[in-house]
Design a protein around this ligand. Structure first.
Ligand SMILES: C[S@@+](CC[C@H](N)C(=O)[O-])C[C@H]1O[C@@H](n2cnc3c(N)ncnc32)[C@H](O)[C@@H]1O
Length: 206
């Protein structure tokens, strides 16, 4: 791992202890409904990138064959405990999304929730998703992005360095444009909250 990746990885290791607690208000508002709704889009062999503490695990139906990866061993530890408690069979692997160990065209679906705010090199990570997802496979993402509204965007830019330093996440990522740069072209985007939280569905045309 390069130095920048190692720094962000360590921030998530540190954040793992309080992640679920800090996330609770968002979960209670709408996030858990968005998760459940997005999971309905998945099929077959599924890769969850940046599985974190395993917030999506409880919503996976039994017919999905799910593999979750994360580069924070502390976040993964929590996910493993959650999967065991919920009696869910899910493979959880320590892996960097920017350099995945999977063969090309391995997964039918790829899922991410609030991950591409923190992957150190998002374009590299998105290209890896493109590689490991089968042709015509579906990539489903719930991601927060930089607003297009000038004042909000300026505030996001101002506060971003503090948020990155504290949690490892960026609040001003231009994720849709990163997705296009990574080579995807069949992209559907729906606003879930203002123009900041988005549900993104990509058909992996290769
Ligand atoms: C904000 S958390 C979201 C966790 C989970 N997806 C959720 O919805 O609660 C971002 C997660 O992405 C992981 N992550 C960030 N960059 C990564 C990378 N390059 N490889 C693997 N995991 C990464 C972090 O360790 C963290 O667990």
């Amino acid at each position: 791992m390069d130095k920048r990746t190692e720094i962000i990885r360590k921030r998530y290791d540190r954040f793992a202890k309080i992640y679920d607690l800090m996330e609770k208000p968002m979960e209670a508002s709408k996030l858990s409904d968005w998760r459940k709704d997005a999971i309905k889009e998945l099929q077959g062999k599924v890769l969850e990138v940046g599985v974190g503490t395993g917030k999506n695990i409880e919503y996976y139906p039994k017919n999905l064959d799910v593999t979750g990866i994360d580069f924070s061993s502390k976040m993964l530890e929590k996910a493993r405990r959650k999967a065991k408690k919920l009696n869910k069979e899910i493979k959880l692997i320590y892996m960097d999304a920017q350099n995945m160990d999977f063969d090309d065209n391995t997964f039918d679906s790829v899922f991410t929730t609030c991950v591409f705010c923190s992957v150190p090199d998002p374009i590299k990570g998105l290209k890896e998703i493109r590689r490991v997802c089968k042709p015509n496979g579906k990539i489903v993402m719930i991601e927060h992005v930089r607003s297009e509204r000038k004042v909000i965007a300026a505030l996001m830019d101002i506060f971003n360095p503090i948020v990155v330093r504290t949690f490892g996440a960026n609040i001003n990522r231009k994720t849709i444009s990163n997705i296009e740069t990574a080579g995807f072209n069949n992209i559907q985007v729906k606003d879930l909250w203002l123009d900041i939280v988005k549900k993104i569905i990509i058909i992996n045309k290769k």
